[in-house]
Design a protein around this ligand. Structure first.
Ligand code: AMP
Length: 619
């Protein structure tokens, strides 16, 4: 299916690189591509027509690892060696998951710390990143098998509420699996893209994405403006889904058949048979009004009407979450333009009706709700491959963006991994009296000193009206706009003087460079803290020298000869320490100068206050 071209200069065959879209799900994962002929997003199917790969990993006694349907077979027989729901552990510490530890049938290690969790299988420890990488590796191999071409690049989806640690963990899992993860995309964003929402230039929409799967429920409200998908709010329940529907049917049948909870505890095969039959009934009732079947030769029945009353409390909970999400997004329901349905459980007609009624409009349910996220990931992959030049979708900033402040220090305005679009502003001031210009140098990177980061731009805000040092208020604002371009503005707030430049931060840096910059920042973290402390002390010292010299200049006549001499010695000492002393030495010299100048500075204050009172006409 991959496209093949001929390089006219070398005469060699060239394959166009495929970028796959991956929905790395809690229960199941899927891969999709844009079909080279139909140009439509398409789920990759094995020869046996399977599309879903269960997100399950089984470790055999001999050390062999299997993933997917084969591994799923061992869920009940070998619960200790069979890992499911690893997505729930991504970027989490044991403390984060301890409340739900009974949910996991395998060993989640309690190390009593805030460190990321580990899972023990057959005496070996695995991180969730490693475990996810097993799934991704299997997906990569599957794609290569189906497409008959190497697959090295992917777009992977994650829930909108995933934090930086969870996103980074997903990216790392991709790398471990040998995939170059070009983008981490929010699942609701992908689902919208699969419906073509947000694909047109100048499109402005608010979209609600309702995602009810087997075990989780998410509602996300997105605002789309010019190809930017901004998450306005998310809400949900990480333990609510179709499994609860199945359970409620089982409970009902237990009553009908007079089966006690104790009996089910003992008779695991009856429990399993009831659960499977309940799911079958649920699925049947999505298209029919009645279900009749048997469990262990006993007849079981369920009407659609009864089913709806059984699941109503769960559906109510999802609607409650929707209502909270709308409030958190600071919008009204009527402002929502589109409602997109995701997840297998949205096939239940009662769910669709309630969601549609709540939002007051029809819902998008044409695309298979199990596949919609992976299909959207493929759309995103295609955009990244440069095949759809009209759309530019962005997610997060790979490196921090900031400006140089006194002493060559990096002052970060937009931290790395910030969602795009991002805005940040901070106020600065001048260092010298009557300073009319301020230089703004923009940098990208994680180190504390700008000299170790990458310079992106430099400009001068000139024409600031002359004012004493510290009085001008210069606001520097950073905006990463719709085109992924950083716009930096400097504005002097008292005079209104303003200047703006555009900087392209994302491009020109390869992934390797980004990685190198990140690694450097980790290696040098300790040095950087010490260096920053020294520079800060030096700056404080320089500032004190300036103020003291100014003071001496203006108030010479009030000081004794001794005071003058002592101050000059202390000034000289501080200057020396600033040029070649340690941080502690600089601070010592600052304290010494402060000690000497404090008494006469206070005396001067008294004189000035008295003068002011004498000169004032008090009627
Ligand atoms: P997901 O986690 O998105 O794969 O959704 C899986 C859930 O969807 C499971 O609880 C399934 O039982 C449920 N499901 C799949 N098909 C249907 C259907 N036709 N009607 C109702 N529920 C379904």
């Amino acid at each position: 299916m991959a496209k093949i071209g001929i390089n006219l200069t070398t005469g060699s065959l060239q394959q166009e690189e495929i970028i796959v879209g991956i929905d790395l799900g809690t229960t199941n994962s899927l891969i999709a591509i844009i079909h080279p002929d139909s140009k439509q997003p398409t789920i990759l199917k094995e020869f046996d027509n399977t599309t879903l790969v269960p997100s399950v990993i089984h470790f055999g006694k001999g050390g062999q690892v299997s993933v997917g349907n084969e591994a799923k077979q061992s869920l009940i027989t070998e619960p200790q060696n069979t890992i499911f729901s690893v997505k729930r552990l991504m970027g989490k510490s044991y403390k984060d998951v301890v409340e739900r530890s009974s949910f996991f049938t395998y060993k989640v290690l309690d190390d009593g710390t805030d460190n990321l969790v580990k899972i023990e299988v057959n005496g070996t420890f695995y991180t969730p990143v490693e475990l996810s990488s097993f799934i991704l590796k299997a997906l990569k191999q599957r794609a290569e098998h189906i497409l008959k071409t190497p697959v090295n690049k992917a777009v992977i989806t994650v829930p909108a509420y995933f934090n930086d640690a969870q996103r980074q963990a997903t990216r790392d899992a991709g790398r471990l699996a040998g995939l170059d993860v070009l983008r981490i995309v929010n699942e609701p964003t992908a689902a919208s893209l699969a419906y073509g929402i947000g694909m047109t230039k100048d499109e402005e929409k608010i979209v609600a994405v309702y995602d009810l799967g087997g075990g989780t429920f998410d509602i996300s409200i997105l605002r789309i403006t010019n190809g930017i998908f901004e998450v306005l709010s998310t809400n949900g329940d990480t333990y609510l889904g179709g499994d609860d529907f199945d359970n409620s049917i089982v409970q009902w049948w237990m009553e009908e058949l007079s089966i006690s909870a104790e009996e089910l505890q003992i008779n695991k095969s009856l429990a399993q048979a009831l659960r499977l039959k309940a799911e079958e009934a649920k699925i049947h009732l999505s298209r029919n009004d009645n279900f009749i079947g048997t469990v262990n030769e006993k007849p079981v029945r369920l009407t659609k009407e009864k089913f709806d009353t059984l699941i109503e409390p769960f559906v109510d909970r999802t609607i409650n979450s929707c209502s909270n999400a709308v409030t958190d997004a600071d919008i009204t329901i009527s402002e929502i333009d589109e409602v997109v349905m995701v997840g297998g459980s949205t096939r239940v007609p009662f769910v669709k009706e309630r969601v549609s009624r709540f939002f007051g409009k029809g819902v998008h349910d044409r695309v298979n709700p199990d596949e919609v996220v992976a299909l959207g990931a493929a759309v995103q992959a295609d955009i990244l491959a440069g095949n759809n030049k009209d759309v530019l979708l962005l997610d997060i900033t790979p490196l921090s963006l900031g400006i140089e402040t006194m002493g060559g220090l990096m002052d970060v305005l937009i931290p790395r991994n910030s969602k795009i679009p991002s805005k940040a502003a901070r106020q600065y001031t001048t260092q010298k009296d009557a300073q009319t210009g301020i230089v703004v140098s923009v940098y990208q990177g994680e180190r504390d000193l700008v000299q170790h980061n990458r310079k992106l731009a430099r400009f001068t805000l000139s024409g600031i009206p002359a004012m004493p040092a510290g009085l001008p208020k210069v606001e520097i604002s950073f905006l990463i706009n719709a085109d992924g371009i950083l716009v930096v503005s400097a504005k002097e707030l008292r005079s209104g003087l303003q200047q703006t430049i555009e900087v392209k931060p994302q491009y020109g840096l390869t992934d390797d460079e980004v990685e190198r910059l990140l690694m450097d920042s980790l290696h040098h973290a300790k040095d950087d803290i010490q260096q920053r402390a020294l520079v800060e002390a030096q700056m404080e010292g320089k500032l004190l020298i300036n103020t003291t010299k100014n003071f001496l200049e203006k108030n010479k006549s009030y000081l004794s000869g001794e005071e003058m001499a002592a101050t000059n010695t202390a000034l000289q000492n501080l200057e020396e320490k600033i040029s070649k002393g340690t941080k502690d030495e600089v601070q010592g010299a600052i304290e010494k100068l402060n000690e000497i100048s404090k008494p006469y500075a206070e005396r001067m204050m008294d004189i000035k206050v008295k003068d002011a009172l004498v000169n004032k006409n008090i009627n």
